[in-house]
Design a protein around this ligand. Structure first.
Ligand code: SAH
Length: 269
């Protein structure tokens, strides 16, 4: 066969979209850590996850920060590396399926016949509530969590403005919006949340030595964040569950209620 007749080299590798977790390198999954340890090439998303790469990627692994790349350049880079290495990792903050441009990156790989898969990660929403010792759900308070953002340069689809979502009185974890606190406040007010509704802002949740927790109310949270100088990498939470650790009365969780029978335990009282 002449060179022109040779089939294109088959990509050997698989691209793994790995959730690095919220910042603490110990909050990556075991699977994500193992894949990093065997990776030939890693494309990581900015400063949020560089610690995990430094700790877990093997010596000689090609490591590239994606901060100056377009999506096309990222897909091209991943495809190129998949032709050279069995394991290629795209490391993303939190969970790759939340505000992670996942599908934009996987479609070109699929088109090229390159195998890929996703390894979930601990989202910053979970890490923020954990940092503050708060629960996303409470019996008879709310059993629902909404993960959302307010409109910045990315438009919000119809029906998803914060005022509409806040009408449910559920837990709201608001990403990408710390500089748009005025829009968060307007949305909550439009939905009738009282001025003393508790709110929580967590900056760099889980980052060793850098995490900061700001508590306040709808009336004062913006000012408190300004005073704390928090302008990026922050989760804003509005929830009727906030502060429950200090409430005098709390509805019991049925699962652990002595008067409640379930599959694993008979009622005792
Ligand atoms: N996929 C990520 C979210 C990426 S969007 C996840 O699942 O967490 C980036 C936004 O996530 C930031 O604007 C901020 O709102 C939030 N975020 C990411 N890491 C954070 C952290 N350690 N602490 C608080 N918020 C964080």
């Amino acid at each position: 066969m002449t060179e022109a007749q040779l089939p294109a080299p088959r990509p050997l590798g698989k691209v793994w979209f790995v959730g690095a977790g919220p910042g603490d390198p110990e909050l990556i999954t075991l699977k994500g850590q193992r894949l990093l340890a065997q990776a030939g090439a890693v494309l990581f998303a900015g400063s949020l996850v560089d610690q995990a790469v430094t700790l877990y990627a093997p010596a000689g692994c090609l490591v590239r920060d994606s901060k100056d790349m377009t999506l096309e350049q990222m897909s091209d880079w991943l495809a190129e590396q998949a032709a050279r290495h069995a394991t290629v990792v795209r490391l993303q903050t939190g969970d790759p399926g939340l505000y992670g441009a996942l599908i934009e990156m996987t479609r070109p790989l699929t088109a090229l016949g390159i195998d890929w898969a996703v390894v979930p990660g601990v989202s910053s929403a979970m890490a923020s509530m954990a940092a503050a010792g708060e629960s996303m759900t409470l019996p008879e308070v709310t059993q629902t969590v909404i993960l959302t953002r307010v409109e910045g340069r990315t438009p919000m689809p119809e029906g998803e403005d914060l005022a509409a979502l806040a009408a449910h009185r559920s837990t709201l974890c608001i990403f990408l919006s710390i500089t748009l606190m005025h829009k968060i406040e307007a949305g909550l007010r439009a939905a009738g949340w009282p001025e003393d509704a508790p709110m929580l802002v967590v900056h760099k949740a889980s980052w060793p030595g850098q995490e900061r927790i700001v508590r306040g109310t709808l009336a004062d949270i913006k000012q408190r964040c300004r005073e704390a100088g928090i302008v990026s990498q922050a989760m804003v939470v509005a929830s009727p569950t906030l502060g429950a650790a200090d409430w005098e009365t709390l509805a019991r969780s049925k699962l652990y209620d002595p008067t409640f029978t379930h599959r694993f335990r008979k009622a005792t009282a």
